[in-house]
Ligand binder design. Structure first.
Ligand code: F6P
Length: 480
């Protein structure tokens, strides 16, 4: 049995909410939490004798102390990392989500290169390194996740040189041309930070090649295939498309709660067709273009007036950043206008919920809808697409998927669209709504088999296998 696994991410997998009885817990949102959380719950993670998840709680130390006591039954322990409110603001809302997020998702005009943001990012990464170095033992595996902590592998390597460190990026790595838009010293700090890991994982081969090209262009570091020699160590960069717990989604139809939720949504649907989408509120998700496409579809296909409903769930996210709060207002206005101009007293084209969605309702909606619309302008992977496919055990339903999502490389039997092409999206809606059930089943079967084969456990196993191989190679390969 392997020793301890330390998972490190900005956000802990639970969010704490105060209510009348005390505190309640909800799973945090985002692909990272769903994937890593699912892996830790499964059999695959049993190879580790102990698991610890480090991250910043979404409450202060006093509340964490009280609330975490009530949280039992997790498959791992928590290691809370506390930062000052000011530092967290500049590291999370600032450098992570107002520099790296927009730039890495190809929205360079939204990036705000403030030096104080970068300083806070360095400080918080350093705080993570301090906290972790207090608990790390020899033989531990440290798995660091995502763009908030790109400097952490390097900082930790300096403190404990012999340790096993892996890093996984859950968002796209942009083209080298775009990456070098960042001030030069920051490029160097980010890349050298990542190179502190032994294995660096990305969702797709494209992101790997962008990263390798950035090493050449930004810091003049060459590579041989996926291997990089840096500071007397050999490091590997490779693609591991993140996945889901296929069996959980595939068998969800057997759950009473999911069936009840499905029936509730089928009753709303009645004899109409139903389209469904769910995303965090984010400008990368293409929510406007999707709404515009739906409006265009209704205008050009009047036969569907009164005979279709679009259930759109938007999950609150990063609301203290202007681009997010502003978008919320605009989405509200768009839907209000669309419903009032095209709807009638007895029919509302868009049913809109701005809130978190529980697991049973999510599954009920996946199963009740005819078409799932997953149309981000840019997305590292997008697990909603995979979840929808896996939950359709009845082999019915159509996935319309953006070719700008990492998932499009695997889910090639979906109806692929360019999310900037509103007319194409509207046409594809027609194709989806009129698709013969046999074809729906054929397309879903191929995608379902693919996800089942490379589910979240296969993803993690693949990752850890490559990690032990690179550790073995490092022993043989003295590049000093
Ligand atoms: O899919 C993964 C992800 O996009 C992360 O990169 C991100 O941290 C998360 O989902 C959601 O964002 P946040 O943590 O800001 O709520």
């Amino acid at each position: 049995m392997q020793k301890r696994l330390l998972i490190v991410s900005n956000r802990l997998p639970i969010s704490i909410e105060k209510n009348n009885e005390g505190y309640s817990f909800r799973q945090s949102s985002g692909g990272l939490i769903s994937a890593v959380g699912a892996y830790l719950k499964g059999q695959g993670a049993k190879v580790f004798s102990e698991k610890l998840w480090a991250g910043v709680p979404d409450c202060g130390e006093d509340i964490w102390g009280l609330a975490s006591l009530n949280h039992t039954g997790a498959d791992y322990d928590f290691l809370p990392v506390f930062t000052s409110t000011g530092d967290y603001e500049d590291y999370y809302n600032g450098f992570s989500n107002s520099v790296l997020w927009p730039l890495f998702h190809y929205f360079p005009s939204l990036a705000d290169y403030r030096p104080d943001f970068f300083e806070a990012y360095q400080r918080v990464n350093q705080q993570f390194a301090e906290k972790l170095s207090q608990v790390i033992h020899e033989g531990d595996t440290v798995w660091i996740h995502d763009y908030h902590l790109m400097m952490l592998p390097g900082l930790l390597r300096k403190k404990i040189p012999g340790i096993t460190i892996a890093f996984f990026l859950h968002i796209p790595f942009p083209s080298a041309e775009l990456f070098r838009v960042i001030p030069r010293a920051w490029q160097k700090a980010l890349l050298e930070g990542m190179l502190g890991a032994d294995l660096i994982g990305f969702h797709t081969a494209e992101y790997v090649s962008h990263f390798l090209k950035s090493l050449q262009l930004s810091i003049g570091l060459e590579h041989e295939g996926e291997y990089i020699a840096h500071q007397h160590r050999e490091i590997k960069a490779d693609a591991f498309p993140v996945s889901i717990d296929f069996s959980l989604f595939n068998s969800a139809h057997r759950s009473k709660e999911v069936s009840a939720a499905k029936d509730k949504y089928l009753a709303i649907k009645g004899d109409k067709k139903m389209i469904f989408s769910v995303d965090r509120l984010d400008y990368t998700k293409g929510i406007f273009n999707r709404l515009r496409a739906f409006e265009h579809f209704l205008t050009t296909n009047p036969a569907y007036i009164g005979k279709i409903v679009f259930i759109m769930v938007v999950v609150p996210s990063r609301h203290s950043i202007f681009q997010y709060s502003e978008r919320k207002k605009k989405i509200d206005e768009f839907i209000g206008r669309l419903n009032s101009t095209m709807g009638t007293i007895s029919w509302q084209p868009v049913i809109y919920q701005y809130d978190h969605l529980g697991f049973h309702d999510l599954l009920g909606l996946y199963m009740a809808c005819d078409v799932a619309l997953v149309t981000p302008l840019r997305d590292g992977m997008n697990l909603v697409a995979k979840e929808f496919v896996a939950s359709r055990n009845d082999k019915m339903g159509v996935l319309i998927l953006s070719e700008m999502a990492g998932a499009a490389f695997e889910l090639t039997e979906s109806l692929l669209i360019n999310p900037n092409d509103v007319l194409e999206m509207a046409e594809m809606l027609c194709v989806a709504l009129e698709m013969d059930p046999v074809e729906q089943g054929q397309r879903l079967s191929v995608m379902r088999e693919r996800i089942e084969r490379y589910d979240v456990n296969a993803w993690a196993l693949d990752f850890f296998t490559q990690l032990s191989r690179i550790k073995e190679r490092q022993k043989k390969f003295d590049i000093r």
